[in-house]
Design a protein around this ligand. Structure first.
Ligand code: SF4
Length: 355
């Protein structure tokens, strides 16, 4: 049976995809590719369920890295308002609100090259607090050393986000202050410490299809695969070197999601940044192609995101249910916040962190 008609799939993930095999998937007729991706999706997940995460920027801007797509980089002149590390209590209030709106995971992002020893204890408290609300926790803090990965694991962090962004070959055109290998090293430390991985990339940065193939293949070689694979569409921000880069064809973006679904069958594939610029029909096609995770809420780090109510209306229209996890009563949530507040008072863990 040819690749174009074969939908025979297996629940067993593979870790030996070749570049040629991944490229052959991209080259399938669109309908065959989507059919195959949806088939794999149904073999591995409950159909019509999408995991919902909320993302909060806990420290914004003035990042020493030079990622050319990022308005938070201190290397570029964007309108972004810089903010120091948020207070633990404020973060937990946002987390409780996200839970109320239906999020099952709360992701906290800090624009750092790596976390400093001064700030790190505050982040650990945030993770503990988020977990006590009954939410899964995820952080993205830049590069980690072995000790930091271990301490994150000890407080029960569920996911660490660290993206590869693009292929190894195209990477140097995007970032010069941190190498591809640096990223792989942090990912390996996170994995060794027992934390789940959230790792993906950004499409539409002027890369070629071979780079999208290269990125997805690189992710698929990780054993186990990252549990969460964010596929972002570049959000072009004025003042960044990528503000005028050519648009990526929407079908090529949907193909990228479909290929990610096929080669990493058990991972949550997240339709991530850039969703704001997509109409509902495109988002629906992404779900059909196997995307089963979104960020929702009003802000996605520093770029806009469709509002939560609009997302819920789309879910209803398409018959999608948010993926559920452990439920806590409102009283339990309120109590968790108060407990954290008291603990902070007692430990004098007040906000003193600087950017
Ligand atoms: S490391 Fe993160 S926050 Fe810093 S410039 Fe790169 S993408 Fe932006």
């Amino acid at each position: 049976m040819s690749l174009s008609t074969s939908v025979a799939t297996t629940n067993k993930p593979r870790f030996d995809w070749t570049h040629a095999e991944v490229k052959a998937l991209f080259d399938l007729p669109f309908m065959d590719l989507i059919f195959r991706a949806q088939t794999v999706h149904r073999e591995n997940f409950t159909p019509n369920e999408v995991q919902v995460s909320t993302l909060l920027s806990i420290k914004t801007g003035a990042c020493p890295e030079d990622c050319k797509y990022c308005p938070q980089s201190g290397h570029y002149n964007t309108e972004l308002k810089k903010e120091k590390l948020m207070e633990v209590q404020k973060v937990l209030e946002e987390a409780a609100l996200a839970k109320e709106k239906g999020a099952s995971r709360f992701c906290m992002g800090a624009a750092w090259k790596h976390p400093s020893e001064k700030d790190f204890p505050y982040v650990l408290e945030m993770i503990k607090g988020v977990k006590s609300l009954g939410l899964e926790s995820c952080v993205t803090l830049g590069s980690l050393n072995d000790d930091q990965a271990k301490r994150l694991s000890e407080v029960g962090l569920d996911y660490y986000n660290h993206n590869l962004d693009t292929s190894a070959e195209f990477y140097d055109s995007i970032i010069t202050t941190r190498t591809y290998q640096d990223r792989l090293d942090t990912l390996s430390r996170v994995r060794t410490s027992g934390i789940k991985l959230c790792c993906g990339g950004i499409m539409g940065m002027g890369e070629e299809q071979k780079d999208r193939v290269g990125l997805l293949r690189q992710l698929s070689l990780m054993s186990p695969h990252p549990e969460s694979v964010p596929i972002n569409m570049l959000v072009k921000v004025e003042g960044t070197p990528m503000e005028n880069v050519d648009d990526l064809d929407t079908f090529e973006f949907i193909r990228t999601i479909a290929v990610a679904r096929i080669i990493m069958p058990k991972s949550h594939v997240r339709l991530s940044a850039g969703r704001h610029g997509m109409n509902e029909q495109t988002q629906a096609l992404c779900f059909i192609a196997g995307a089963n995770s979104i960020f929702y809420g009003e802000k996605l780090l520093t770029t806009g995101n469709p509002e939560a109510d609009k997302d819920m209306a789309l879910f209803e229209n398409l018959g999608i249910n948010p993926e559920k996890r452990e439920e806590h009563s409102d009283e339990a949530v309120a109590e968790a916040i108060v407990t954290q507040a008291v603990k902070q008072e007692e430990s004098k863990l007040f906000y003193e962190a600087s950017a």
